[in-house]
Ligand binder design. Structure first.
Ligand code: NAD
Length: 291
C-alpha cells in the first residue's frame, strides 16, 4: 500500500507556481492577482478563505479579500462581481460558498466572467470541460487528477467508481476520468444507486465524495484498488486538543491494507484543492485557457 501524500504534493505544486511567479517577475511581467469574496462569518468559510489568502502570499501572488455582511442584497453582490469582472488587474476571483439563503448561488456564479472563474463553476467552464476544450477545472477534481498523474496511477481501461454526483466534485470527476488521457470506464453512483457495494467491489479505482464519515468499508473494496477519499466530516473527539477531528468517507484503518494507493484524511485531497486554485489563477494570468 502506498499512501498518497496530498500535503507534500500540494507543497511541490505551490513551489512550482512560486518559481513561475519569480520568472514572470524577472521578465517584468504582471504578478498573478486572485480575489475572494466572503459573505458573512461562517466558521468553515472563514478558515477556507484565510487559507487561500495565505497560500497566495506563499507563492507570491497578489490577493484581495472582499468582505460583506450576510445581510448584503443579491443586487449589491452582483454589482461587486461586475466590478471584479471589469478590474483589469485581476486574473481571477472566487465567491466563497455557501451564500446566505436569500442569495441565489446559481445567479451569482453565472454573473462571474468565465475568463475569471478560477473556481471553474461557471456553466461555460463546465461545458468547455465536458467538451474537452481548455477550461478552468474546479479545484477539487483538478487536485485529484494531479495526484493521479504525479503518483503515476494507471487509469486506462480501469473500472472507476465515483460515489457522489455533486457539481463541484463527483460529476466533474466522473467526466474527467472518462476523457482521453485518463480513459477510465466510469460508473457514477449516488444516493439512489442500487447495490453500491457490488459495484464498488468491481472497481479498480474508487473516488468517495458523498460526505458520510467512514462510509466505505473494507468489504466494499477489492484487493489492490486505488481509493481516493474526498469526504471531510468534522466529528467530536476526546483525543484531540481542539475537541474535533476530521473523518473521510473511507474507513481508513480497515480499507488501507487492501489498497495499492489511498489518500488519507486529513492530508490527502484537501491540501490539493487550494494549490489547484492557485494553478488556475496562474493559467489565467498567462492567458492559457482563454487566449
Ligand atoms: P454533496 O452533499 O453536494 O453531494 C453528496 C453526493 O453524495 C450526492 O450526489 C448524493 O447523491 C451522494 N450520496 C449521498 N448519500 C449517498 C449514499 N448513501 N450512497 C451513495 N451516494 C450518496 O457533497 P459534495 O459537496 O460533493 O462533498 C462531498 C464530500 O466531500 C463532503 O464531505 C465535503 O465536505 C467534501 N469535500 C471536500 C473537498 C476537499 O477539498 N477535500 C472539496 C469539496 C467537498
Amino acid at each position: 500500500m502506498e499512501l498518497i501524500d496530498g500535503k507534500k504534493t500540494s507543497e511541490i505544486l505551490q513551489d512550482e507556481i512560486a518559481q513561475e511567479v519569480l520568472t514572470l517577475k524577472d521578465a517584468g511581467g504582471k504578478i498573478p492577482h486572485l480575489a475572494a469574496i466572503l459573505v458573512g462569518h461562517d466558521g468553515g468559510s472563514e478558515t477556507y478563505v484565510a487559507a487561500k489568502v495565505k497560500a497566495c502570499e506563499r507563492v507570491g501572488f497578489k490577493s484581495t479579500l472582499i468582505r460583506f455582511e450576510d445581510d448584503i442584497t443579491e443586487e449589491k453582490l452582483l454589482q461587486s462581481i461586475s466590478e471584479l469582472n471589469n478590474n483589469a488587474d485581476l486574473d481571477g476571483f472566487i465567491v466563497q460558498l455557501p451564500l446566505p439563503k436569500h442569495i441565489s448561488e446559481d445567479k451569482i456564479i453565472e454573473a462571474i466572467d468565465p475568463r475569471k472563474d478560477v473556481d471553474g463553476f461557471h456553466a461555460v467552464n463546465v461545458g468547455r470541460m465536458v467538451a474537452g476544450m481548455p477550461a478552468f477545472i474546479s479545484a477539487t477534481p483538478f487536485g485529484i487528477l494531479e495526484l493521479i498523474r504525479r503518483y503515476k496511477i494507471e487509469t486506462a481501461g480501469k473500472n472507476c467508481v465515483v460515489i457522489g454526483r455533486s457539481n463541484i466534485v463527483g460529476r466533474p470527476m466522473s467526466i474527467l476520468l472518462s476523457q482521453k488521457g485518463f480513459d477510465c470506464t466510469v460508473t457514477l453512483c449516488h444516493s439512489r444507486t442500487k447495490d453500491l457495494k457490488g459495484i464498488c467491489q468491481k472497481a479498480d479505482i474508487i473516488v468517495a465524495a458523498l460526505g458520510i464519515a467512514e462510509f466505505l468499508t473494507a468489504d466494499m473494496v477489492k484487493e489492490g484498488a486505488v481509493v481516493i477519499d474526498v469526504g471531510i466530516t468534522r466529528v467530536k473527539s476526546e483525543t484531540t486538543k481542539s475537541g474535533w477531528k476530521l473523518l473521510g468517507d473511507v474507513k481508513f484503518d480497515e480499507v488501507a491494507p487492501k489498497c495499492s494507493f489511498i489518500t488519507p484524511v486529513p492530508g490527502g485531497v484537501g491540501p490539493m484543492t487550494i494549490a489547484s486554485l492557485l494553478y488556475n489563477t496562474l493559467l489565467s494570468s498567462k492567458k492559457e485557457i482563454y487566449k
